[in-house]
Design a protein around this ligand. Structure first.
Ligand code: HSE
Length: 440
C-alpha cells in the first residue's frame, strides 16, 4: 500500500457510535484527509440490518453481513471494531484483521481488558496499529496522553470518573434528591447506560477502563481480575445529603495508585472534597487525573459517552494511522510489560465515611466511639442526626438514630475490624454504610 493511496476504512457495527463515525468521516472528509496527508475513505460497513434508516448514505460503500468476511475482502486497510463484547465475533474479527496486516481501531474496553496484551502482540508482530482512544472515557484523549505526551513521567496515580451513567445518577441524586432507582431509569431513557446497566452501576465498565489505564500508566500486564470493585447501587439519598453537609460529594472513581506494597486498583463510590476538580464534574461528563513526577497533577475532562464524542476519538485514531503512526499499542512492547503486583485492599490507607443505624437508647453512641478507639481509629467527626429512622421491615417499630462518622486516615483493615465488632455485638441495626474518602 502506497502511503498516498486512500486509506480504506471498514466499520463493523453501526449503532450509536458507528453511525456517528460514518457521519464524521463523510462530513469532515476533506479536513480529515488534509490532516492525515492522504485521503481517508469509508470503503465498507458491516451491520445486521441493511434496510434500517440510519440517517446517512452508505450507497457508495460495500456492505458485508459478516465482519470476518469484510476483513478478508481485500477492500479495507483499517478495521474499525464497534461491535462490543469481550469475546465472540468482535475478538475473532479483530484478531483476523491484525493477523492479515490490517490496522485496528476499537472502542471495545471489555475486549481490551480481557485480551489487550495478546492483541497488542499481534499488532506488533504484523507491524500495524491497534488504537483504542475511544475505549476509555469517550472523547477525552487520555490514552494518547498517557502513551505519548506523558511518556517521560514516572506516574504515581491515575484516577477518575470513567462512567458517565454513574456520574449522571449520582449528580441527579444530588440535585433532585431522588433515589438511585429513579435516576437509573432516567439514565437508561437518555441512552447513557450499557445494554446491561449492571455493567455501569456495579462498576464493571469503570473497571474495564481502569485496567487499561493501569497498564498504560505503570507498564504492567493487564490484570482485570485483580481489581477491587464496589458499585453505586447501595448509595442512599441520606448518604448524598450527609456528604453535602460534611463538605464532600460522592463520585464513582476508578483509582490505580502506586503504594509501597504494589499497585492498588480499585473502583468504588468515593467522597471527594466539594471544592476539588473531580467533585465539580457532574452529569454524564468524565474526568481523568494523572499524577506524574515532572508534570505534577493534571486533570482532563469531557464527554465520556455518547456517539459523537466517542466518534471523535475513533476518527482521531484513524487520522493517526493515515499519518503512518504504528507505535506500541500499550505504550511499550507488549512483551516488556511487567507482572502486576497487587496491593492488598485491607492495607489501603485513607479516610472513611460510616453511617450506622443505632437503636435509640442510652450508650449506643458512646459504644460505637469506644470500638473505633479500640481499633486505633481517630475520628474527625461523629454526628448523631436529629430525627428517627425506622428500618424497612422493622415490625417492632423500634426507632433508630442515624450516626455518621468521618475518620482521619486509617487502614481498611482497622475500619472493617471495628465494624465487624460493632455489628457482632448488636450495637447497630442493619448493614453499616462505608464510603472511602479521597482527600487529595
Ligand atoms: N455506559 C458507558 C458510560 C458508556 O456510561 O460511561 C461509555 O463507555
Amino acid at each position: 500500500m502506497d502511503n498516498r493511496d486512500p486509506l480504506r476504512i471498514g466499520i463493523a457495527g453501526l449503532g450509536v457510535v458507528g453511525g456517528a463515525v460514518v457521519r464524521m468521516i463523510q462530513g469532515n472528509e476533506a479536513l480529515i484527509s488534509q490532516r492525515a496527508g492522504r485521503a481517508i475513505r469509508l470503503a465498507a460497513v458491516c451491520a445486521r440490518d441493511r434496510n434500517r434508516d440510519r440517517g446517512f448514505s452508505t450507497e457508495t460503500v460495500t456492505w458485508f453481513d459478516d465482519p470476518v468476511t469484510m476483513v478478508r475482502s481485500g477492500e479495507i486497510d483499517v478495521f474499525v471494531e464497534l461491535i462490543g463484547g469481550e469475546g465472540g465475533i468482535a475478538l475473532e474479527s479483530s484478531q483476523a484483521a491484525l493477523s492479515c496486516g490490517h490496522h485496528v481501531v476499537t472502542a471495545n474496553k471489555a475486549m481490551l481488558a480481557g485480551h489487550g496484551a495478546a492483541l497488542a502482540e499481534l499488532a506488533e508482530a504484523s507491524g500495524v496499529a491497534l488504537n483504542f482512544e475511544a475505549a476509555v472515557a469517550g472523547g477525552i484523549p487520555i490514552v494518547k496522553a498517557l502513551r505519548e505526551s506523558l511518556a517521560g513521567n514516572a506516574i504515581s496515580r491515575v484516577y477518575g470518573i470513567l462512567n458517565g451513567t454513574c456520574n449522571y445518577i449520582l449528580s441527579q441524586m444530588e440535585s433532585e434528591g431522588s433515589t438511585f432507582a429513579d435516576c437509573l431509569k432516567s439514565a437508561q431513557e437518555l441512552g447513557y447506560a450499557e445494554a446491561d446497566p449492571t455493567f455501569d452501576v456495579e462498576g464493571i465498565d469503570t473497571a474495564h477502563k481502569l485496567v487499561i489505564l493501569t497498564c498504560l500508566a505503570f507498564g504492567t500486564q493487564i490484570a482485570k481480575d485483580e481489581i477491587f470493585i464496589e458499585g453505586i447501587s447501595s448509595i442512599e439519598p441520606e448518604d448524598i445529603a450527609a456528604a453535602e453537609q460534611l463538605g464532600y460529594r460522592i463520585r464513582l472513581l476508578g483509582v490505580a495508585q502506586m503504594t509501597d506494597t504494589g499497585i492498588e486498583q480499585r473502583v468504588h463510590p468515593t467522597m471527594v472534597p466539594k471544592d476539588s476538580q473531580i467533585a465539580r464534574i457532574s452529569g454524564v461528563t468524565n474526568a481523568v487525573a494523572v499524577d506524574g513526577d515532572f508534570v505534577g497533577s493534571i486533570v482532563l475532562s469531557g464527554p465520556g459517552a455518547g456517539g459523537e464524542a466517542t466518534a471523535s476519538a475513533v476518527v482521531g485514531d484513524l487520522v493517526d494511522i493515515g499519518r503512518g503512526a504504528t507505535g506500541f499499542p500499550l505504550g511499550r512492547p507488549a512483551a516488556s510489560l511487567v507482572p502486576y503486583q497487587r496491593a492488598r485492599m485491607r492495607a489501603h490507607q485513607g479516610g472513611y465515611y460510616l453511617r450506622l443505624h443505632v437503636p435509640d437508647r442510652p450508650g449506643g453512641f458512646a459504644t460505637i466511639a469506644t470500638y473505633m478507639a479500640d481499633a486505633g481509629i481517630s475520628l474527625e467527626s461523629i454526628v448523631q442526626r436529629e430525627g428517627r429512622s425506622r428500618l424497612a421491615g422493622d415490625q417492632a417499630e423500634t426507632s433508630f438514630r442515624t450516626v455518621t462518622i468521618i475518620t482521619h486516615d486509617t487502614t481498611e483493615l482497622a475500619v472493617r475490624d471495628a465494624l465487624e465488632r460493632i455489628v457482632n455485638e448488636g450495637v447497630v441495626a442493619g448493614r453499616p454504610q462505608m464510603i472511602r474518602i479521597e482527600r487529595h
